[in-house]
Design a protein around this ligand. Structure first.
Ligand code: ATP
Length: 146
């Protein structure tokens, strides 16, 4: 099956750079599935879990928001922050989740609700990436062993 180069870049580093068969990403205009030879486009990216289809299964990347560029030979997401499962510190994400939940439960006037909601979403997406990657990894390992 044909593939396209997919890169996820943050101001600090290149998080991912690999040939993929499809990229699913949440843009300002909704969920978008990008296959090789997709028409060129630029879009904003919402905080989401990006799903990547590989020859041997699926991979997942958290992006906290940014921009998408589709060119004939590559698909690039420029993100504020992004991580694959290997990068994610689960305990840190769990702590961030609990902190945000506590802030939202208190809902006192001096807390910024939108900021807490955004932090909660980032933490949940990070935990989702780890969980789904774990599951996909186990499936891949099982397939290889059978
Ligand atoms: P925290 O409150 O734990 O700092 P955050 O959602 O506020 O989380 P961001 O501002 O989105 O963090 O990211 C700041 C930097 O920290 C980025 O480089 C991001 O990749 C990294 N980062 C955030 N949370 C984690 C995590 N759980 N594991 C690994 N890296 C993380």
């Amino acid at each position: 099956m044909s593939s396209v180069l997919f890169e996820v870049v943050t101001p600090e580093r290149t998080v991912l750079s690999q040939q993929v068969q499809m990229v699913s990403v949440l843009t300002g205009g909704g969920e978008l599935g990008i296959l090789p030879r997709h028409a060129p486009l630029a879009a904003t990216v919402k905080p989401c879990v990006v799903r990547v289809k590989l020859e041997e299964g699926e991979d997942y990347v958290h992006v906290s928001g940014g921009f998408l560029e589709v060119l004939p030979d590559r698909v690039t997401i420029l993100a504020k922050a992004a991580e694959t499962a290997e990068d994610i510190d689960v305990e840190r994400a769990q702590r961030a989740k609990e902190r945000a939940e506590q802030r939202l439960a208190q809902r006192t006037e001096d807390i910024d609700v939108r900021r807490a909601e955004a932090a909660l979403m980032r933490a949940l997406h990070r935990l989702e990436v780890v969980e789904r990657s774990d599951r996909a990894g186990r499936l891949l390992a099982r397939r290889r062993n059978s």
